[in-house]
Design a protein around this ligand. Sequence first.
Ligand SMILES: NC(=O)c1ccc[n+]([C@@H]2O[C@H](COP(=O)([O-])OP(=O)(O)OC[C@H]3O[C@@H](n4cnc5c(N)ncnc54)[C@H](OP(=O)(O)O)[C@@H]3O)[C@@H](O)[C@H]2O)c1
Length: 261
Amino acid sequence: MRIDGKAVLITGASEGIGAACVESFRRRGARLSLVARSEEKLKQVGGAGAVITAGDITLPETRETAVARTLERHGTIDIVVNNAGVGLYSPSWRASIDETRRMYELNFFAPLALIQLVVPYMRANKSGMIVNVGSVAGKMTLPWFTLYSTTKFALGSLTSGLRMELRNDGIQTMVVCPGYVKTRFQTNVIDGHPPDRLLRGRKFAITAEQCAEAIARGVERDARTVVTPAYSWIYIALHRLFPSLIDAQLAAIYHGESAAK
Ligand SMILES: NC(=O)c1ccc[n+]([C@@H]2O[C@H](COP(=O)([O-])OP(=O)(O)OC[C@H]3O[C@@H](n4cnc5c(N)ncnc54)[C@H](OP(=O)(O)O)[C@@H]3O)[C@@H](O)[C@H]2O)c1
């Protein structure tokens, strides 16, 4: 889909990947509508032209306000980028159920509810694109991130199902699966922290700007799935081909064991 002139609603746009998406879509001529809790940061990121809705996207009133304001200013919603998300590093066998529900509210139910609000307008236009920001953790379960992985698997499955449900309505869906991206995501988590070896891998992480460019290019070429950096496909493929071997390596990283063990 061409981005120039399109009305694009981005959640989690105040920092990280979402804020970088604002730049990537703006450069391509998008008309923007941004959501996050921090009004101050949204104003900085959005500049003069963007519609801004400051609020918690897990609340129905925030979603309804964001959609209403976008329609009022731009007359339509062409692209939705469900980007807001949060991590939880607690082991699944002892994680707080309340915290797990909180993560699901943001990572799964908020995108689903926003999709339910915008799809009627997209169906009426016979055009639209739904972009859901998942994770490589939504392609292969990471043991330090088991419950987070479940939310991203759910989001990936939703993206696939919607594509088939809406195939006669001119609406496309795309899931984005970033690997490690240099943002404050690791410190913004609900609870817990990643294994040391993973943190040491930060030097190999891509920037939020690289991730956002991959997302915008994915929209332009009507991609179903964007994995970024692209070499993460190798891990995903290896995991499918040799699940026991890769599970053992991931478990070793999780338990801080040496690769040779
Ligand atoms: N960074 C990575 O390594 C990585 C890898 C794979 C996938 N991802 C995914 O990429 C997406 C963006 O991650 P990121 O790295 O950019 O994270 P981030 O730097 O922590 O940014 C998260 C964004 O979401 C917003 N947000 C959080 N809770 C919200 C709520 N309840 N309502 C509205 N907005 C909320 C935050 O703004 P406010 O605080 O102002 O609300 C912020 O703009 C997430 O879905 C994440 O799961 C990240």
